[in-house]
Design a protein around this ligand. Structure first.
Ligand SMILES: *Cc1c(COP(=O)(O)O)cnc(C)c1O
Length: 378
């Protein structure tokens, strides 16, 4: 994750000095400019800055008119926000196993499709891209929408397209754990004019931020307030400039370490859906016990099984189907009974049990990390 530095401090100060902190009309100089740059950088036609990644996911689902009666396919390994967003628009999440790439398994997507399935939400976990070719193929064969959760993969490419711009809509997060960090923030990406207008309206109580000289191309819908401040987007523009160079350094470091690690006979480097662009590095042991052993080595971080609310078994309110009000409960109006239990995605648990994260050590010289990789692959 990138550091916050003098550049962000000066940009935020500039926004404060200007005195227009919220995004209204043409005075939203920083926000309008950031959205334009984000769209240019990613190749999306439209980018909408919002207050968080969760807000981006909810706005994207609302833009796509997903709601009561709809089932949305969500991987069993993702930040809980993916499943939560589905519930917030009145639809129900249906959980899909991951495969060894740590992303949603296209084979299990096919197995989980029902007549009520409306959308697939591929999640690019820890910078690892989903198999987007397979997923887009399945989606077009079954007439499903694809809403990419690229919150953990901002700026990462899959076969020269940016994650978040391949599906019908995409969501980014800029919280402190992500590739761009402004504390809290996010964005919706889409190349569909209609989805963009709906997302923009939804995130702002029906679109108050524009003056609509020629009227709206879509009727305004009841929405929320997920707007960003000018201070956030001033900082985000600085972070965006750092993103490409940071990911390129990570890509080179990852390639060097993965080559060394692939010589091990004790474990495999996690398979990757686009190895040339890879910036994520995890290793897969043959057994849980072997993975626990690897955890003791310098440079090996936690097993993914221990990554708290990234694992479906820890999504307590979702598993219990507990909403803010008992009558506002999407499972009650779903087209069929949807049951969850902790054993529903055992394959996911097995893979997470055996996978350890390897530290790329970006604050260390590569010679140090070469030695660390050799130590892991001893
Ligand atoms: C961080 C994250 C989110 C939510 O982002 P926030 O900005 O924290 O709301 C959603 N999905 C995934 C996969 C994430 O990692």
């Amino acid at each position: 994750m990138p550091r916050i530095g003098m550049g962000e401090w000066i940009a935020a100060g500039g926004a404060i000095a200007r005195g227009h902190l919220s995004r209204y009309g043409k005075q939203a100089r920083y926000t309008n400019c950031f959205e334009k740059r984000l769209a240019q950088a990613t190749g999306a036609t439209h980018a909408l800055a919002v207050s968080s990644g969760t807000a981006a996911l909810i706005s994207a689902l609302a833009a796509a008119q997903i709601g009561p009666g709809d089932e949305v396919l969500v991987p069993a390994y993702t930040w809980m926000a993916t499943a939560t967003a589905v519930v917030m628009v009145g639809a129900v999440p249906v959980f899909v196993d991951i495969d060894e790439t740590l992303t949603i398994d296209p084979g299990d997507i096919e197995a989980k499709i029902t007549p009520y399935t409306r959308a697939i939400m591929p999640v690019h976990m820890g910078n690892a891209p989903c198999d987007m070719d397979a997923i887009m193929g399945i989606a077009s064969r079954h007439g499903l929408l694809v809403i990419e959760d690229a919150c953990q993969a901002v700026g990462v490419r899959y076969k020269d397209r940016h994650l978040g711009t391949i599906g019908h809509l995409g969501a980014y997060s800029f919280n402190k754990m992500k590739n761009m960090n402004i504390g809290e923030g996010g964005a919706v990406l889409t190349s569909d004019e209609r989805y963009f207008v709906r997302a923009r309206g939804y995130h702002d109580l029906g679109d108050l931020i524009r003056d609509h000289e020629g009227g709206l191309s879509e009727p305004s819908i009841i929405g929320v307030n997920y707007k960003v401040t000018e201070i956030q987007t001033a900082m985000a523009a600085v972070q965006l400039r750092k993103l490409g160079p940071m990911l390129e350094r990570m890509r080179r470091r990852r390639a060097m370490m993965a080559e060394i690690l692939s010589g091990s006979s004790e474990f495999r480097v996690t398979p990757h859906n686009d190895a040339d662009n890879a910036v994520s590095l995890t290793i897969l042991a043959p057994t849980k016990e072997a993975a626990v052993q690897l955890q003791g080595r310098r440079g090996v971080w936690n097993r993914l099984r221990d990554s708290s609310k990234h694992v479906y078994t820890n999504w307590e309110p979702i598993l219990a189907q507990r909403t803010s009000h008992p009558k506002f409960n999407p499972w009650a109006w779903a087209n069929r009974e949807i049951r969850y239990d902790k054993d529903m995605c055992l394959r996911t648990l097995d893979i997470l049990d055996r996978t350890c994260v390897v530290n790329l050590g970006m604050t260390y010289p590569s010679a140090v990390m070469r030695r660390v990789a050799r130590g892991i692959a001893r």
